[in-house]
Every structure is written in C-alpha cells, then in structure tokens.
Write a new protein. Structure first.
Length: 276
C-alpha cells in the first residue's frame, strides 16, 4: 500500500507540472489567436495540425499509442482554438448525428457546434460567416459519393481544407465513410497532400478519355473519381482527386493539360492527406 501511495504522489506531482505547462501553452495560443484575428487569418490550420500530430507520434517513446496521443492532443488543440476565438463548426443533422460525432471527434469538446438541417445549410453557414468551418460527408461506403455534397462543391466559392479519417476502431458505421472540412482558407503545402478538382466536360464520345489522358502521360496517380450530371444537359461534372498539392512541381502542368479538354476546371482544394 505504501508503494501505491508513493506512486500516486509521483503522479500528482507530474499532473501539477502538466497543468502548469498546459496553461503556459494556452497563454501562447491566446497570443497566436490575437495575431490571427488582427490579420484576419483562419484560426483552424489543417497543415499545422497534421504536422504537429505526426511529430508528436514520431517523438513519443511510449507506452502511449498513436491513437491515445491523437485523442489527448485533439482536446488540447480544441481548448487552445477556443481560447483564440469563439469558433463554430457547422455539420448536418442534430446533436448525436453521424456528422456531429465525426466533427466532435475531430475538433474536440471546447468549440461550438451548429447543427444545420442539410448539407446545403452547412455550406451556407460557412459562406455567410456564421460558422468558421463545416464538416460534411463526402462518400458513403454503401452508396458512393453523396450527390448533395458534390452539388454544393460544384457551385461554392469555399474550399476543401481537410479530409477527416475517422478512427477505424470506433464502434460506429460512420467510421467507414469519408468526410471533408470546408472553409475559406487556402492551405500551404504540407509535404503529403492531395488535390480535388472539378472537370466540366461536354457529353460527346471520347471526351472523358481525352480529358484524363494527362494523368497517364505524366504518371500521376488519380486516387478518387466521381461523376454528376450537370444542370446543362449537354455536359457532365467529373470530380477527380490526385496526389500532390496544387503548387507542387507537376500539378500546375497537369491542371493546364486537363483544362484544354474541359469547358471548366475548378480547383476544389489542396489539403493534407488524413493521418491513418
């Protein structure tokens, strides 16, 4: 029993040190928030988040698992973001809905959540400034890409700023889907990115093959592909995702080549690949 009491005393001492350091970190976060607000910079930075989590896992000597480190720092970052600004995250559906659970797992319990009545409502909340970011489903494993999300992406001025990789160990069917975060920020390269573009292509034989030929010629991987009928009956919308950031060496050349065979090419976003 004396050993147990001694070990708990050591934990109490460590907790005191941890709390002191967390408060120091929080003060620095407030200073960062003041600078961001002064220069109208976005509070949420997907690239910074990805680099921080990856670095923490690499530096850890155990016994904490990768998942444990992510969970702990999700809440630390959530509290820090809330100190920087009163952040609101929009998601479709009520509290407890699949999208809300995914958003909560991503942004933690210290930010506010706005529950929109539809995916279109999430885009509207972010576009009007009511919410800082929005979390929407992109792909369902049983039904493919969600048309409601694709329709909004085709017409919005917002960008995809991150993709969420839900915890595969979660006892929840939503953990198998793909979700994206939408916002107004434009990401800098992280070193491990992906880019999604919209191709508006005329409905004629061979048009799609010609449009996608640059991927083959330049040996660039096309990772995801979805189609959607356009409002104009003589064209189709193709949503393609490829490895790399839009400013990477080959990507600008690829986009230029793709545009030659499209009525419209729209970059929907370049964002870090989700941490698995």
């Amino acid at each position: 029993m004396n050993d147990l009491a001694g070990l708990r005393d050591k934990i109490d001492a460590i907790d005191t040190d941890l709390l002191r350091l967390l408060n120091q970190r929080a003060l620095l976060a407030k200073e960062i928030g003041a600078i961001k607000n002064l220069h109208s910079l976005p509070i949420y930075s997907p690239v910074r988040e990805m680099k921080l989590l990856r670095s923490l896992v690499e530096r850890s000597e155990g016994p904490l698992t990768r998942e444990a480190i992510h969970a702990i720092y999700r809440e630390i970052m959530s509290a820090s973001i809330a100190l920087e600004k009163d952040v609101a995250i929009a998601c479709p559906g009520p509290i407890g809905s699949p999208s809300h659970r995914i958003a909560l797992a991503k942004f933690g319990s210290s930010v506010r959540y706005l529950c929109a009545d539809s995916i279109a409502g999430v885009f509207q909340d972010v576009a009007t400034g009511k919410a800082d970011c929005g979390v929407v489903p992109l792909e369902d494993p049983g039904h493919g890409f969600l048309n409601a999300t694709l329709d909004e992406l085709a017409h919005t001025t917002l960008s995809i700023c991150a993709e969420i990789s839900p915890d595969s160990s979660a006892n929840d069917k939503t953990s198998d889907g793909r979700y994206i975060i939408i916002g107004s920020q434009i990401n800098t390269p992280s070193g491990n990115d992906q880019t999604m573009v919209l191709l508006r292509i005329e409905n004629k034989p061979g048009a799609l093959v010609a449009a996608l030929e640059p991927f083959k010629e330049m040996h660039i991987n096309l990772t995801h592909f979805a189609t959607r009928s356009a409002r104009a009956g003589d064209e189709t919308l193709f949503f393609v995702q490829t490895d790399g950031h839009k400013s990477d060496l080959q990507i600008p050349e690829l986009l230029e080549a793709l545009a030659k065979n499209c009525r419209e090419l729209k970059i929907l976003g370049s964002y870090p690949k989700p941490l698995l």
